[in-house]
Design a protein around this ligand. Structure first.
Ligand code: 3PG
Ligand code: MG
Length: 397
């Protein structure tokens, strides 16, 4: 494979797979530009060195149907503003119209293709569809880290139609791989992983993997109540995965065996219902009253977790501490984000990743004060779990 930094794009048509799957509001305006911002350096490199950039991505899950709410046309304005360059848009991703637009490209031009997932062949990894995309260009650049766990036509199958000297990762994937390497392989200790989110079942593979790597494992968020129930506590009407109680116990035992300090939140902010306007109170997690539910970590937990974080040299954060989307239950997640920022200022390396934690750090406007925020959700999780991602393997092999 090639190295984007060293590659000379002059006069070459580069087809670039990006992950421009960004959230839109009801007016189809982009509400979080993280992935668009991340895509800029790769596009800039191509056009500044006088290549022709053909950009492709998916948006949402239109299931092979041409649904206009999923049109990539909605992101043209934002992308063009961020790039400070004109972007041509074509309302298809293969076919005569696309070919005509590609033929008309001058050096330094940018063309954005319509949503790849308007064709079911994209998700199916259809080879002839992939070849049609490949035939548009001289070189292939994959920079869609967030979609690297999908063996789709544009993320992995397309790669086989380019020689190894005509394909490469973009800057996003290179940076993501470096950040993960910093955390997993070159880490300074103590290494602390902070895991949150609703369900143990979503995170179990990562938790198991982390138990082999970290000194401290902090578990917060909805999944902590399954642990407290497993420990014989009363968790009221908090979220519990009844079928994971034994698993929770096993995780606690393995942590002990492996000498990992596993910390659960001692206390919670509890609510009378799952609602921002609900009555709130505070409670220790073993004695949450009937019909009350924990929706955020409490002040003792914040203090204890912040202390661990401040003593850490490597930090991985995946998953919020509470229902941070509701203003009355975002304090715990915010305080943990602030503790990570402080530790980073003091020299720790911090990787934030996996959809919700990245959204949280953006919400608190702390995105520039941590070492790296991953653009991947599921892709980052799978990579950290040790899986080979099809989008990565296709270029490397
Ligand atoms: C994501 O947002 O998770 C990526 O863009 C991948 O999208 P997908 O989960 O629909 O494949
Ligand atoms: Mg996803």
């Amino acid at each position: 494979m090639q190295n984007i930094e060293l590659f000379d794009f002059k006069g070459k048509k580069a087809i670039v797979r990006l992950d421009l799957n960004v959230p839109l509001n009801e007016h189809y305006e982009v509400t979080d530009t993280t992935r668009i911002n991340a895509a800029i350096p790769t596009i800039r490199k191509i056009i500044d060195s006088k290549g022709k950039a053909i950009l492709m991505s998916h948006l949402g899950r239109p299931n092979g149907e041409r649904q206009m709410k999923y049109s990539l046309r909605h992101i043209v304005k934002t992308l063009s503003e961020k790039l400070n360059a004109e972007i041509k848009f074509v309302s298809d991703c293969i076919g005569d119209e696309v070919q005509k637009e590609v033929d008309a490209l001058n050096e330094g031009d940018i063309l954005l293709l319509e949503n790849l997932r308007f064709y079911s062949q994209e998700k199916e990894g259809d080879a002839s569809f992939a070849k049609k995309l490949a035939d548009l260009a001289d070189v292939y650049v994959n920079d869609a880290f967030g979609t690297a766990h999908r063996a789709h036509a544009s993320t992995s199958i397309i790669s086989s139609f380019f020689d190894s000297d005509a394909k490469m990762f973009g800057y996003v994937i290179n940076q993501e791989l470096e950040a993960i390497e910093m955390v997993l392989e070159q880490n300074e200790r103590p290494f602390t992983a902070i895991m949150g989110g609703a369900k143990i079942s979503d995170k179990i593979m990562l938790i198991e993997k982390m138990l082999d790597k970290v000194d401290n494992l902090i578990i917060g968020g909805g999944m902590s109540y399954t642990f407290f129930k497993a420990l014989g506590g009363n968790v009221g009407s908090s979220l519990v995965e009844e079928d994971k109680l034994n698993l929770a116990k096993t995780i606690l035992e393995i942590a002990k065996e492996k000498d990992v300090k596993l910390s659960l939140p001692v206390d919670s902010i509890i609510a009378s219902e799952f609602n921002n306007e609900a009555d709130v109170d505070a409670s220790d997690n073993l004695v949450i009253p009937e019909n009350w539910m924990g929706l955020d970590i409490g002040s003792k937990a914040i203090e204890e977790f912040s202390e661990i974080i401040s003593n850490s040299k490597t930090i991985l954060w995946n998953g919020p501490m509470g229902v941070f989307e509701m203003s009355n239950f975002q304090n715990g997640t915010k305080k943990i984000a602030e503790a990570i920022v402080k530790s980073t200022e003091n020299g720790a390396y911090s990787l934030i990743g996996g959809g919700d934690s990245a959204a949280a750090i953006n919400l608190f406007e702390l995105q520039d004060q941590v070492s790296y925020i991953s653009t991947g959700g599921g892709a980052l999780l799978e990579y950290l779990e040790g899986k080979k991602l099809p989008g990565i393997a296709a270029i490397q092999d």
